[in-house]
Design a protein around this ligand. Structure first.
Ligand SMILES: Cc1cc2nc3c(=O)[nH]c(=O)nc-3n(C[C@H](O)[C@H](O)[C@H](O)COP(=O)(O)OP(=O)(O)OC[C@H]3O[C@@H](n4cnc5c(N)ncnc54)[C@H](O)[C@@H]3O)c2cc1C
Length: 451
């Protein structure tokens, strides 16, 4: 093994950085690294190597995602000068509609103007007419180009550690040595194998299989049946912890999260009464599905996602459990950009400044796991679900600031707040009392119905 020259672990004028993967984490890293370098008066070169062309329709340009941008992320990005233009946003989401077997309730944003947006990561599903609309990932890449990054559409196929850098080889046979390699490869297993070679202690994230499908629908019907609402489902169906229907111009995106979702499980969900009721009567769901995929999602972060001159960010390092993965990509990417520009690019630098950020996300995810465990208990109990539904329906009559349970559900579904905050808010005696009271009423009702 070639020893690395650890004396030269600071970026200097003319340093070359390669970002492998041009998804959100790769773009956020490049954007902030160039911004911080400018602040430090440092001239660096960044190549972003991305295997997909986000300007393509269908799977070739898609990064398999529900496409929800939380309001907290929209706010953070706009504070950084990253504005999402209207061409990127397919629909502004103003409410959530919670569907249970017991009924449904519309949950308004806890604060007026607290909007979220739905978008496509690529140009859209196969066969869709983009009509001047743009891909989210492509928009971020364009932003990086405007800051000075160089985007190369190619696939990295080999990484090799050299004395003072890392040699990167691509599918089209480009070979170049870089001072720093940033892995923003999402959950790509093939790419993880490349990184194990130059980052031997790296243990990649644990994942589970999810489901996404795009349902084609007339925009008029979408407005009539879905409105500006994201429809979330807590149904008692095996393996499914959470289901959502997200309206986007001429499509409705279905997202199913849970444990190893497959076609059969997805079919049960689509054929359930609460889901069918969301669509026009006799709407043929199956024949209107434009594309479907079963992408993996993080359920446990990676370990030792760094070494000298190499670091992994976004989904490849640590994400937020089930929600706001793009927000987590922003957090890890920004932290690594700050470390690389202001502290250095050694293993010790990343351990000292980046590892605590991953630890914070992982700690929050452990609370998130507990919240989803409680949710899955509620999901299986008709009485608890009736009680929760009643609390939400009652609360929606109150002024916004008094809707405590609704705001907890809003933040759980959107991923806008850390799980730690959601947990503490749930322990509010007033919420617990209201839930217990409504549960007792629901039990009483169910006994009466049985008699
Ligand atoms: C079902 C599902 C629904 C989701 N819904 C949401 C949501 O609504 N909102 C949200 O915020 N998050 C959501 N997420 C999470 C979100 O998609 C991820 O957290 C986010 O995409 C992470 O960004 P990233 O840049 O780290 O990785 P990615 O977006 O996966 O980007 C990685 C990039 O690396 C490229 N790449 C990989 N290997 C190579 C290589 N060898 N050479 C060159 N390029 C390479 C890939 O082509 C890809 O473009 C969802 C995830 C799933 C699975």
């Amino acid at each position: 093994m070639i020893a690395t020259n650890t004396n030269k672990v600071l970026l200097k004028d003319g340093s070359n950085i390669v970002v492998i993967g041009g998804g959100p984490s790769g773009s956020f890293f490049s954007y902030f690294a160039l911004k911080y370098a400018e602040k430090r008066g440092l001239e660096i070169n960044i190549d972003i190597i991305e295997a997909k062309n986000f300007n393509c329709l269908g799977p070739a340009g898609c990064n398999n995602c529900g496409g929800i941008v939380s309001e907290s992320l929209i706010q953070m990005l706009s504070a950084e000068g990253i504005i999402l233009p209207s061409e990127v946003i397919r629909k502004g989401i103003e409410t959530y509609t919670l569907h249970l077997e017991q009924g449904r309730a519309v949950i308004e944003a806890p604060i007026d103007e607290q909007r979220i947006a739905s978008m496509f990561r690529g140009l859209g599903p196969s066969g869709c007419a983009p009509n001047g609309l743009k891909s989210f990932d492509d928009h971020l890449l364009e932003l990086c180009i405007s800051k000075g990054a160089n985007v190369i559409l190619d696939r990295v196929v080999e990484l090799e550690r050299k004395k003072d850098g890392i040699l990167v080889k691509t599918k089209s046979n480009i070979k170049k040595e870089y001072d720093l390699v940033v892995g923003a490869v999402g959950l790509n297993q093939e790419a993880f194998r490349l990184f194990h070679k130059i980052c031997p202690a790296f243990v990649h994230p644990k994942t589970t299989r999810t489901h996404i499908c795009e349902i084609k629908m007339d925009s008029g019907l979408i407005n009539e049946y879905f409105g500006n609402s994201m429809h979330v489902f807590l149904l008692n169906l095996p393996n499914i912890e959470f289901g959502a229907l997200i309206p986007k111009a001429n499509y409705v995106t279905l997202v199913l999260l849970g444990k190893d979702i497959d076609k059969k499980i997805a079919g049960k969900f689509l054929n359930s009464d609460p889901v069918k009721k969301c669509f026009p009567p006799k709407f043929d769901l199956e024949s209107n599905i434009s594309c479907r995929c079963y992408p993996h999602i993080n359920i446990k972060g990676s370990k030792s996602a760094y070494d000298n001159r190499v670091v992994l960010i976004g989904d490849s390092s640590t994400s937020k459990l089930y929600k706001n993965g793009i927000g987590a990509a922003y957090i890890t990417a920004k932290s690594v950009a700050h470390t690389a520009i202001f502290q250095g690019i050694s293993k010790e630098n990343f351990k000292k400044y980046f590892q605590p950020v991953c630890n914070n996300l992982e700690f929050d995810n452990s609370i998130g796991k507990f919240i989803f465990m409680v949710t899955s208990i509620i999901q299986k109990s008709a009485v608890l679900k009736s009680s929760m539904l009643q609390v939400v329906i009652d609360e929606q009559q109150n002024e916004r600031h008094r809707r405590k349970m609704s705001s907890i559900l809003w933040d759980t579904f959107t991923g806008s707040a850390p799980y730690k905050d959601i947990f503490w808010r749930f322990l509010n005696p007033r919420i617990l009392f209201t839930l217990i009271w409504n549960t007792m009423l629901a039990i009483q009702r169910s006994i009466k119905n049985k008699i």
